[in-house]
Design a protein around this ligand. Sequence first.
Ligand SMILES: *Cc1c(COP(=O)(O)O)cnc(C)c1O
Length: 384
Amino acid sequence: MTVTLPSVSEKHRVRLQPLELPERLLLGPGPSNAHPAVLEAISRPPIGHLDPKFLELMTEVQGLLRYIWQTDNRLTIPVSGTGSAAMEATIANSVEPGDVVLVGVMGYFGNRLVDMAGRYGADVRTIHKPWGDVFSLAELRQALEEHRPQILALVHAETSTGAEQPLAGVGDLCREFDCLLLIDTVTSLGAVPTLLDEWGVDLAYSCSQKGLSCPPGVSPFTMGPRAEEKLARRKGKVANWYLDMSLLNQYWGSDRVYHHTAPVNMNFGIREALRLIADEGIETVWKRHRDNAEYLWAGLEDLGLTCHVPVENRLPTLTTVRIPEGVDGKAVSRQLLDEHGIEMGGGLGELAGKVWRIGLMGYNSRRENVDRLLSILADVLPRS
Ligand SMILES: *Cc1c(COP(=O)(O)O)cnc(C)c1O
């Protein structure tokens, strides 16, 4: 049988050369460079997402995530999507319409939590800190007393400011006020200590492309027993089919029922990324990030530059550096990218035009990268 295929218009035809990319050292707020072994894992031929080998891999990834997050949470999975998808998963599964959700806003990502919680029908309350600052336990207590929320949401590592929110004691406080603790660990997981169970965290999320040395695409999510109970008790369905943990639980739990096709190659990648961290040992990984950050801070100071965040709240993964008076911050970033292939971030929101953001995350947290950046900055910046 001969079938005549329809003729097509050439109007939309595009002819391109095979993909070519410049080499980049990504020292901005993310993505960070992926580890070569992770890229190698991702390039393997896919297998079926219900293949027994893949099911085994899913279990391995869950175990590795529990290790680096330091949690026993049964419901710990990589969400298919970027960090924002995992963020939305925590909100969608915990917020019921009318719930009071208190968000501690100390930067850009706190505002994203506010936006998301509002979309799921929460009665959103906020407390604020200037960008670069963090909340004290006393301030959190006072806000819990005033607002009596069902959920307190905080950003552990505010990538927009470079500040680390201390979390010791916050979970106990939340239990006292019978509220769940939800935290953003996108720029801390696999780089800065995240002691979820010790801190009493009920819901947390992260991403693959910052501390984990994997490209963006799958994002860790975890939910503890108190959050699971709230999910089981809810009156209506989770208002997001894709991220509904009562459904995803059947895929990632013991039933292994098809929900959606997991991005298998990205799961190869995150397995390798997490395996490398577990091999190095999570405490060694935390120490490496801390040491390289301190080395960077000392070098910046030697160049006459000032870090925006006081050292006691400064995040090892992301450093905000004040742009000196009279220096065109954007032009310096552009020169670094064009002439040296190095990406640095600019300021957001309150810090727009005021700081550069330097990331040392995962595979990129190495002394040689700090040396390279510092020597270029020394050349590019005017001598003071
Ligand atoms: C990067 C980031 C996100 C968002 O993650 P995406 O992967 O960009 O969706 C959320 N929170 C924080 C603190 C981040 O740094």
